[in-house]
Design a protein around this ligand. Structure first.
Ligand code: NAD
Ligand code: IPM
Ligand code: MN
Length: 348
């Protein structure tokens, strides 16, 4: 039976992954679960954010459910010891280069969206975010200039191969949906983006049925709130995808609604809400568990070949929301656990 690694992390991470685990247990009591601390929790226990046993578990498991990492108390540590090093290390070590971040408005959440109802209703898109390259993983540091001034730097770069493989995921994702792919870059300024655009255009030849467009990231940020319904699939780099997906979440009602899948093409994947550890509400049972529960659905679909069960979970979330189940971020007052209960009751 499938082994699912749960890496709860910090802040609301443990709170929301607990609800996702309950949902997975309801789907199949035979699933095996193993848990290891990561992030700040692991730093406090083992002196490092991604201890070897956590990485080993992630490699051994059939799929990984990740909560969130980070807390201000660790922000002054050297970068390799900060909680965020856990998630970056897992992505790199497992080669999880393709990050799918679907954003759609569940019926009933029109009022929670930051957009006007008629604009919000139209959002149903997937951001395909490159996850193991870009300015995140380039040479970085701080140095002193000739003038004695401190200078920080992070090298932005992509190789052709890195762009080609994420572009293919973008086109393949578009083929399963509305067959429209928008590649988002900053090719008017950045050489990295010019190469990105050239390579994406080359890959397009293999996908003649997909309508490819290109958009600069600043315009994309504007179009995402002007008319999100115009997008089907967006393919973009690591940094732009990070920013645009948080923005898309508020079009869809809340950052607590958006799940994600980080994939490497082997079937192995790591699944996590796009949100962070939310230190401002951690420990108060206020967190919305929907993003984590929907991430569990993506886990079933992409790593365990159980698309029907994924559909059941997504339908249960939709039913609970339609009935008015709401955590505080959605304008309601349910606790994290009560929201989990509402979804579980719809699973039947
Ligand atoms: P955040 O996503 O943690 O929180 C931003 C805001 O959204 C906060 O007001 C928070 O309360 C709210 N929010 C987030 N998730 C929610 C949920 N499920 N339900 C209700 N409200 C929710 O972003 P931040 O505040 O910029 O970062 C906090 C910490 O999390 C930082 O250390 C950051 O590095 C880390 N982080 C981790 C991940 C991850 O592990 N995947 C992602 C983003 C940020
Ligand atoms: C995310 C997060 C991470 C990222 C951080 C915590 C490293 O913001 O998963 O969106 O920037 O990728
Ligand atoms: Mn982010």
């Amino acid at each position: 039976m499938a082994l699912i690694a749960i890496l709860p992390g910090d802040g609301i991470g443990p709170e929301v992954t607990a609800e996702a685990r309950r949902v997975l247990e309801a789907i199949d009591p035979a699933f095996g679960f193993e848990t290891e601390p990561v992030g700040g929790a692991a730093y406090l226990e083992y002196g490092q954010p991604l201890p070897p046993q956590a990485l080993e578990l992630a490699k051994r498991a059939d799929a990984v459910l990740f909560g969130a990492v980070g807390d201000p108390q660790f922000d002054a540590l050297a970068r390799p010891f900060r909680p965020e090093a856990a998630i970056l290390g897992l992505r790199k070590e497992l080669g999880l280069f393709a990050n799918l971040r679907p954003a759609k408005l569940f019926p009933g959440l029109e009022d929670a969206s930051a957009l006007k109802r008629e604009v919000a209703e139209s959002i149903d898109l997937v951001i395909v975010r490159e996850l193991t390259g870009d300015v995140y993983f380039g040479e970085k540091g701080q140095r002193t200039t000739a003038d004695g001034e401190r200078e920080g730097y992070d090298l932005m770069s992509y190789t052709e191969g890195e762009v080609r493989r994420i572009a293919r995921v973008g086109f393949e994702t578009a083929m399963t949906r509305g067959r429209k792919l928008c590649s988002v870059d900053k090719a008017n300024v950045l050489e990295t983006s010019q190469l990105w655009r050239d390579v994406v255009i080359g890959v397009a030849a293999d996908f003649p049925e997909v309508e490819l467009t290109h958009m600069y990231v600043d315009n994309a940020a504007m179009q995402l709130v002007r008319n999100p319904g115009a997008f089907d699939v967006i393919v973009t780099g690591n940094l732009f995808g990070d920013i645009l997906s948080d923005q898309a979440s508020m079009c869809a009602g809340s950052i607590g609604m958006l799940p994600s899948a980080a994939l490497n093409g082997s079937g192995k994947g790591m699944y996590e809400p796009i949100h962070g550890s939310a230190p401002d509400i951690a420990g108060e049972a206020k967190a919305n568990p929907c993003a984590a529960i929907l991430s569990a659905a993506m886990l079933l679909r992409h790593s365990l070949g159980r698309g029907d069960d994924a559909d059941r979970i997504e339908a249960a979330v939709a039913d609970a929301l339609r009935d008015g189940a709401r955590t505080a971020d959605l304008g309601g007052s349910l606790s994290t656990g009560a929201m989990g209960d509402a979804i579980l009751s719809k699973l039947g």
